[in-house]
Design a protein around this ligand. Sequence first.
Ligand code: NAD
Length: 338
Amino acid sequence: MKQLKAGIIGLGVGEQHMAGYQSHPGCQVIALCDLSEEKLKEARKKYPRIRLTDNPDDILNDPEINVVSVASYDNYHYPQIIQAIKNNKHVFVEKPLCLYEEEARHIYSLLRSRVDLKLSSNLILRKCPRFIYLKKLIENGKLGGIFYVEGDYNYGRLNKITHGWRGKLDFYSVVYGGGIHIIDLLLWLTGQKIIEVTAYGNNISSSGFFKYNDMVVSILRFENGIVGKLAVNMGCVSPHFHSLSVYGTKGTFVNGLECGLYFESRDADRQPEKIYEDYPGVHKGALIYDFIDGIINKSTGAIPYQEVFDAMSVCFAIEKAAGEKNKVKVEYIQEVNK
Ligand SMILES: NC(=O)c1ccc[n+]([C@@H]2O[C@H](COP(=O)([O-])OP(=O)(O)OC[C@H]3O[C@@H](n4cnc5c(N)ncnc54)[C@H](O)[C@@H]3O)[C@@H](O)[C@H]2O)c1
């Protein structure tokens, strides 16, 4: 099997990518990068055989490296992705892909000219066992025709935006940072495109500490008539949780703190099925095995890049709608003739 060599930029969540790469026999992590001397010191102890650097160029320009994990702060994703692609590297990027629509369009056009390269993003809820179970319920017709979906990204860690790097960036979007996970789930579960959105937001929870919306709620219109609601709620006084409800003509799924519920009846005396599949129950490196396998075996692998752009396209529309307080059509970043 061809041995791919990977490098990781950013050792926060990026450190968890290590386990993903190492789980595949066809891949080896050979270099790690972080701007922080403290992070590098810790890494030196944990990974004495792996090359360490505080300069991302040492990874992005290294011809020996075939795959790069971009897990730096959001504002660095775009330039690092571009540099990686131009230097013939496959890219596994943390969400969000980038911060601006024109950046996404640039990345897309470069990828179109490099069909030999793969890009995917860590939209990790697709690996959550409870949501995989839900996907199977839908595919097996157990919910019937879906007509309404709603999901909340309840962050429950307000300090991340009021006191960490997120609040210091020139621009930060909670929709791109958190809402994208739910948007991707809704697109994946329904198999339908969202064509139009409205949105409102505020920053009452983080007032004085964070200049962007920390709360955004959006109404979604799908191409086949499904309606949906997304809420991204960074200020909630409750633990981190992805609330998700899917309403179909034959059944309803509701994600709960203790278990998921699957209702097959409107009769209050009929107990719903309790779904104890793990939630979130997923390691942050869990998509990487498929990503590497996709490169080696030329299979679909992890989330195809078009689906990453689809989720980003919806996020761009929601952010725009929240800014304009108006409805916005989703402009999908895709091949023109699609
Ligand atoms: N998929 C998920 O569920 C998930 C979860 C958390 C974070 N993230 C994403 O991961 C990225 C990092 O967030 P985090 O929570 O790990 O932050 P973090 O602060 O915990 O860690 C980020 C690390 O990256 C380093 N870094 C930042 N920019 C760098 C650069 N240009 N070059 C080298 N090192 C750099 C920092 O020094 C820091 O050590 C963000 O884009 C975030 O949105 C994704």
